[in-house]
Ligand binder design. Sequence first.
Ligand SMILES: NC(=O)c1ccc[n+]([C@@H]2O[C@H](COP(=O)([O-])OP(=O)(O)OC[C@H]3O[C@@H](n4cnc5c(N)ncnc54)[C@H](O)[C@@H]3O)[C@@H](O)[C@H]2O)c1
Length: 451
Amino acid sequence: MPERRPCVNELSHSPLAPENLACDNRYKGTTEAFLVFACTNQQAHTAPMANEKLGIWLVGACGNVATTATLGLVALHKRLAPTLGLVSELPEFSQLPLVPWDQLVIGGHDIRKPQVLSTATRLTEERVVPRELLDQCHDELLAAESRIRPGVANQSGEAIRQIADVHLPDEQSTTPRELIERLKGDLKEFVAQNRLRGAVVVNVASTEPLFDAELPTSWPEFAMLLDRPGTLVAASTIYAIAALELGLPFVNFTPSVGAALPAVEDLAKRKKTCHAGQDGKTGETLMKTVLAPMFAQRHLKVQSWVGHNIFGNLDGRILDNPANRESKVATKDRVLANTLGYDPQTLVSIEFIESMGDWKTAWDHVHFRGFLGTFMTLQFTWQGCDSALAAPLVLDLARLIDVAASQGQTGVVAAFAPFFKRPLGTSEHDFSKQHRALVEWADAITDCAND
Ligand SMILES: NC(=O)c1ccc[n+]([C@@H]2O[C@H](COP(=O)([O-])OP(=O)(O)OC[C@H]3O[C@@H](n4cnc5c(N)ncnc54)[C@H](O)[C@@H]3O)[C@@H](O)[C@H]2O)c1
């Protein structure tokens, strides 16, 4: 007999231990495969049932990543595209109660007027998506565009405010609470109008400047400040609070602060819902978290690691501003010391080169020492299409956090670490260890269902 793996709710060791996770066999034996688990935190988010649709609410819905995810979802639904690039389609996750592609509906917020179709058209010109795919998905993209509502941009910095073309509330005279209630209204309307069983909120908006205001660490104290006009709260945190207060899971695919504040983690637990982040790991940093463990395991000492990144999309334009770039460099730069156990000299540069569009080139130069102190060099060049790398991960995270929430998992989901440059809830950066932990998380859920 193979040894029984512990259920997710029996795992006590961090980072896999999801507190308050409820595995309930009441529904064992029902014909509804998705009803195997009963969720104890039924609010806006309920356990998946056949033919019940789930919403994905994208913050930054008109951007490149959001548009590629929206187009990709329609293409998957219509079986016009292969499932390449989607982690949730790997065999190791085939037993999870993942929402099917045809049961997902996309809506979202943006601070620019709805323009999914024009973004998609530009992406065809940049060879990110094939033109014929856009033609075949045109009507569904138009429908997704009609579900976009104006967002907020508190503490987002000048570079972001400059691209906005919707009315942005004045931060000094509006309370964060008023904004949160407006965003919650949009989410509730989205769920009701589309007859959804719930929604997950994924932040794919432009990167905000670093946020370092001193805020209370408990939710009740923080919540009181939200009623005061002029309280400094970043837009990404306002979106996170709106989602979590409704019991909806929140994913932060950006380096912005989002839910990465103790008080917001406290809120997620109180509302018995979950969140994950931070900053999608799609290219150069993914390579770092694969290669750095190799240097460590071969006892090769990295002296310096230099990474130059050039790309030309709107994300690149925003990151060209030093205040916004600081957030990105901070998430890109922290992986090496953790994996290697020492701090080599590092340099990360991000340059906006307009002609590159959505295509990114990263050139990395790794200088290291081996036996007898001999100096050697590894260089690699990563040429990736930013949105084609990121969009499938956004869809994966939406499906996976839906499973986590449906299981009653609360607070940060550390098992989603392989998706992020700065994973919340764990200090593990080694990609293969992160992937193994994700598979263990999935196995524990599957075993629980089979018990
Ligand atoms: N593409 C990747 O590989 C990758 C990897 C990791 C993280 N990211 C992050 O994902 C985010 C999106 O990337 P992208 O290439 O789609 O950028 P993008 O510039 O194409 O899209 C961002 C969108 O967010 C909107 N926006 C900005 N501030 C907003 C706010 N406060 N509320 C609502 N909408 C807002 C913009 O109008 C724009 O439509 C960025 O933060 C980027 O750093 C991308």
